[in-house]
Design a protein around this ligand. Structure first.
Ligand code: NAD
Ligand code: ZN
Ligand code: ZN
Length: 384
């Protein structure tokens, strides 16, 4: 079968790989009909995630058709169209039982923090991902969710990560009616977080990025204010000034370890690798939230350390909430929001690329070319 294949930083290609096999009676094999490239894949692509092995297939955002099931699978049948959450979760452990599907204790033997994630290096379990024609899906009775008949499959594929992550970013912000919410990052996740902030009652939503085309997009899509941090002397000062010098009620970091905007962070985090990527957006979030405010982090950071102003967290009495999104927990209410027309995820898809051209798709998305917001990959078998 054809699959995306990692060859080293900035080098990926489409190559032939053996068809995946059922390894456990609870597995299913899914024939992928669409997959996305995510900002999280860029951390892998840029070589920022430890133990990203040559030969791995990335892709934690995919939907498809159940092709085969293991002997103990009860809830799926061959031929079902399924949304597959990016978290690999057992459904049985103490953390899954609390709805913390991103922190499953069983699905990732390599770590005690994050649970398993499809196509996300051996630090997240070493599972091959869905930027492929077929993929093995463990714990098939837990994550996969049938796509409702009425749902557009372009919306369905965004329910595997971007929509739940943006929504959970807003949820973790504890937004109260009328709150001012600042979202750092106008990528797919930040765009969705800005849109979802209104669902929780925000009174003002401000998005910060430095890509004009994304700022234009989010202004329209999320009906918010959007500003370019390159046009400011200091984004923290700007945000304080525009909030009567109080600071925002809630700041959301939807950027993570690939952040730009600070030479010190970029050199120590991305060039010298002295910290786990650059923590510029998180730094700004901590410094521009009000005293007693909440910083919600969905941007991804590596497993080691980052330079953040922890003293300000203490002295301002900030609450920090963070996690990988718990996709399965959120799916029922997000499906309702889409059906009711309150969320329109597919509008963020800008590129539809044949899987054979995966290298071009990564390059375009990584270099932010061609006004790219969200690229999806279509395998050859889904184009017949
Ligand atoms: N927690 C989760 O479950 C989860 C799920 C999906 C993605 N993520 C993470 O969310 C982050 C965003 O994902 P995405 O797909 O939107 O990525 P993306 O790369 O498309 O978008 C990131 C955006 O941040 C902007 N940016 C860079 N530096 C900035 C700064 N200092 N301040 C403000 N904006 C800045 C970039 O210009 C870009 O538009 C990534 O770190 C990704 O790994 C987390
Ligand atoms: Zn993702
Ligand atoms: Zn579990």
């Amino acid at each position: 079968m054809l699959a995306m294949n990692y060859r080293g930083p900035y080098r990926v290609r489409a190559a032939q790989k053996p068809y995946p096999e059922i390894l456990h009676p609870g597995d299913a094999i899914v024939r992928v009909t669409r997959s996305c490239i995510c900002g999280s894949d860029l951390h892998l692509y840029h070589g920022l995630v430890p133990d990203t092995r040559v030969g791995m297939t990335f892709g934690h955002e995919f939907i498809g058709v159940v092709e085969e099931i293991g002997s103990s699978v009860q809830k799926l049948a061959v031929g079902d169209n399924v949304i597959v959450p990016f978290n690999v979760a057992c459904g049985m452990c103490a953390f899954c039982k609390q709805g913390l599907f991103g922190n499953c204790h069983e699905s990732n033997p390599q770590a005690t923090a994050v649970g398993g994630i499809f196509g996300y290096s051996h630090t997240a379990g070493g599972y091959d991902g869905g930027q492929a024609e077929f993929v093995r899906v463990p714990y098939a009775d837990v994550g996969p969710t049938i796509i409702p008949d009425w749902m557009d499959h372009d919306d369905a594929v965004l329910l595997t990560d971007v929509v739940p992550t943006g929504y959970q970013a807003a949820e973790m912000g504890g937004i109260k009616t009328g709150d001012t919410v600042v979202v750092f990052g106008a990528g797919p996740v930040g765009i969705m977080a800005a849109r979802c902030a209104w669902l929780f009652g925000a009174g003002r939503v401000i998005v910060i990025d430095h890509l004009e085309y994304r700022l234009d997009f989010v202004r329209n899509y999320a009906q918010c204010e959007a500003y370019n941090f390159r046009s400011m002397e200091d984004p923290v000062l700007f945000l304080k000034k525009t909030t009567d010098w109080f600071g925002a009620d809630v700041c959301i970091d939807a950027v993570g370890s690939d952040a730009s905007g600070s030479a010190l962070q970029t050199i120590t985090g991305k060039k010298l690798m002295l910290q786990a990527g650059s923590a510029t957006a998180l730094h700004w979030a901590i410094n521009s939230v009000k005293k007693g405010g909440i910083v919600s982090i969905v941007g991804v950071y590596g497993p080691t350390d980052n330079l953040v102003p922890i003293g300000n967290v203490v002295n301002k009495g900030i609450t920090i909430r963070a996690n990988q999104a718990s996709v399965k927990r959120l799916l029922p209410r997000l499906i309702d929001h889409i059906q009711a027309g309150r969320l329109n995820p597919k509008a963020i898809i800008t590129h539809r690329v044949p899987l054979e051209e995966v290298a071009d798709a990564y390059h375009i998305f990584s270099a932010k070319l061609d006004n790219c917001i969200k690229p999806i990959l279509i395998p050859p078998s889904a184009r017949k």
